[in-house]
Design a protein around this ligand. Structure first.
Ligand code: V47
Length: 429
C-alpha cells in the first residue's frame, strides 16, 4: 500500500525562535541573564537553541572535558523525623524496612571504598530522632581511620541543622551551625553535598516538605561551610508541584549567594565584577585574564564555594505524590540547560545518572552538563523501577557514555582535581 504524500506530516525544518535572539546575544557576550530571559528559555519550543547555548557555555568553561568520579554513596539510616511528601526513602523507627547502620558496617563500607579505589564517600541519611551527635563524629573518624585518602562528602544542610539541635553546640543560630561544622570538619568532613535544597519557595515548602528547613537556613549552612573553607554543591528537585518560575527563583538565590562568595576571588583574578555584584564565569575567553574557574588554592580565594548545581528530576514512585507524572525527557533536558545558562557563576553542572538514568544523562552532556557523578554502587533514596538499591555502573560504562557524547572523560576527585591512576593506587595530578 502506498501512503499519499499529503497524509504524512511534513518534516519541518528546524527554525530558530526569534524570541531567543536577545538571550542568545547576551550569552554570546557573557552577560547575565534575567529571570525574564529564563522564562523565555523555559517557554520556547526551540529546545535545540536552548541546548546549543548551554553547550556553548559548557565548552567555554571546560572545553571537551567531561568529569566523572569513582565514588560510593552510603545512606547510614532511613529513619527520619520528617515525612516529606516527595520522599519514598524515609521510615519511622518501627516501620517495615527501617534501618540504621552501626559503626562496624560503616567501617566495612570505608574499607570497601578504599580497596575499590574510590576517591569519595558520599554520605547522607534521614533526621534520626535519637542517634547522638557522637555517632556522626565517630562515623567520620572511623572512615578516616579505614580510608584516610578518601574524601568524605557528607550531610545535607538539613542534617547539619538537625545535628546543631541535638548537639546544642554554640547555640541556636548561625554560630551554632558553624560550631557543628567545625566539629565535623575536625572529625574528617571534607565537603557538603547539595541535597535537601528541594525548591526554594515557601508555598512549595509548606505543601510538600513542611518541617524541613527553609531556603534562608539552607543557604546559611552553605555560607557557613564556605566561610570555614570547605566547598559544597547545590541541588534543585523539580517536576513535582513547583512552577517553572519557582525553579528560576531558586537559581537566582543560589547565584546571588555565589556572587558574594566569589567577589574577592574575582577581583584578585582581574575578572570583571558588575555594578550589581554579578560575577559571570561563562563569557568568551577574552574576558578572563587569569583563572576563569575557582579551584582549591586559587589566588585570592580564602573561602569555599559552590562547585556544582545538580538538577534532580522528581521520582514519584512510592512517594505521597505518586499520582504526579514526574518530568518528561524534554523537561529534564531543558531544566538542566536553563540551569547551565542562569547559574553563570557555578563552575559545574552535574547530570546525576542515577536519577536522570544513564541514557538521559548522556543527552544532557550535550545540553550543558560537564559531570555525570560516579560509580555510586549502592543508592537508597530513589530506586530505578524493578531494581533494589544496588545501582552501580562501571567506569567503562561512564567513559563510553561520555565519549559517545563527544567528550573526553576526565576522572576527578570531589574538588574537581584530576585523578591519576597507577595500577591499584591513585593520586591527584
Ligand atoms: O536531598 C528525595 C532528593 C536528594 C526524591 O552533592 C528525590 O554531588 C527525586 O542531594 N525524587 C539527595 N529526588 C541526592 C543529592 C545528591 C545526589 C547526587 C549528587 C549530589 C552532590 C547530591 O534527593 C535529596 C532530595 O532532594 N530526593 N526524594 C525523589 N522521590
Amino acid at each position: 500500500m502506498t501512503i499519499a504524500a499529503n497524509t504524512v506530516p511534513a518534516a519541518r525544518p528546524a527554525r530558530r525562535d526569534p524570541a531567543l535572539a536577545e538571550v542568545a546575544r547576551k550569552v554570546e557576550r557573557g552577560e547575565r541573564l534575567t529571570a525574564a530571559d529564563g522564562a523565555l528559555l523555559f517557554a520556547t519550543t526551540d529546545i535545540h537553541e536552548v541546548c546549543r547555548l548551554a553547550d556553548m557555555v559548557r565548552r567555554r568553561l571546560h572545553g571537551n572535558a567531561v568529569f566523572y568520579n569513582v565514588n560510593r554513596h552510603l545512606n547510614y539510616s532511613n529513619i527520619c523525623a520528617l515525612s516529606c511528601k516527595f520522599c519514598a526513602f524515609h521510615r519511622k523507627k518501627d516501620q517495615d524496612g527501617a534501618y540504621e547502620h552501626g559503626l562496624e558496617d560503616i567501617r566495612a563500607e570505608a574499607r570497601k571504598a578504599r580497596e575499590s579505589g574510590a576517591t569519595e564517600m558520599h554520605i547522607v541519611g534521614g533526621l534520626h530522632p535519637w542517634l547522638p551527635f557522637s555517632y556522626y563524629t565517630d562515623m567520620l573518624r572511623a572512615i578516616r581511620e579505614e580510608a584516610p585518602a578518601v574524601h568524605i562528602k557528607a550531610f545535607t544542610a538539613v542534617e547539619i541543622v538537625h545535628l546543631q539541635r541535638i548537639s546544642k553546640r554554640g547555640g541556636e543560630g548561625y554560630e551554632g551551625v558553624k560550631a557543628v561544622l567545625k566539629d565535623l570538619i575536625e572529625a574528617g568532613l571534607g565537603s557538603l553535598p547539595g541535597g535537601g535544597a528541594e525548591v526554594f519557595d515557601d508555598r512549595v515548602h509548606d505543601e510538600a516538605f513542611k518541617g524541613k528547613i527553609r531556603s534562608d537556613q539552607w543557604l546559611d549552612v552553605h555560607r557557613a561551610a564556605h566561610e570555614l573553607g570547605i566547598n559544597s554543591n547545590a541541588t534543585m528537585l523539580y517536576g513535582h508541584i513547583e512552577e517553572r518560575s519557582e525553579r528560576l527563583h531558586h537559581m537566582e538565590l543560589l547565584r546571588t549567594q555565589q556572587d558574594h562568595t566569589l567577589a574577592a576571588w574575582a577581583k584578585a583574578q582581574g575578572i570583571p565584577v558588575a555594578a550589581d555584584g554579578a560575577v559571570v564565569l561563562t563569557g568568551p575567553a577574552e574576558l578572563y585574564p587569569h583563572e576563569r574557574l575557582p579551584m582549591p588554592g586559587s589566588r585570592g580565594l580564602t573561602t569555599g564555594y559552590f562547585q556544582t548545581i545538580i538538577p534532580l528530576p522528581f521520582f514519584p514512585n512510592a512517594s505521597e505524590l505518586e499520582y504526579l507524572p514526574g518530568p518528561t525527557g524534554l523537561e529534564n533536558l531543558r531544566t538542566l540547560a536553563v540551569a547551565r545558562l542562569m547559574l553563570d557563576n557555578f563552575p559545574h553542572v552535574k547530570a546525576f545518572w542515577i536519577m536522570q538514568t544513564l541514557p538521559m544523562a548522556q543527552l544532557e552532556l550535550q545540553a550543558g552538563a560537564d559531570d555525570i557523578d560516579g560509580t555510586v554502587v549502592w543508592y537508597d533514596i530513589t530506586k530505578a523501577v524493578g531494581e533494589g538499591n544496588h545501582q552501580e555502573t562501571s567506569v567503562g560504562d561512564l567513559v563510553r557514555a561520555i565519549r559517545e557524547a563527544g567528550g573526553t572523560a576526565v576522572e576527578r576527585d570531589t574538588l574537581y582535581r584530576r585523578v591519576v591512576r597507577e595500577g591499584a593506587s591513585w593520586r591527584v595530578g
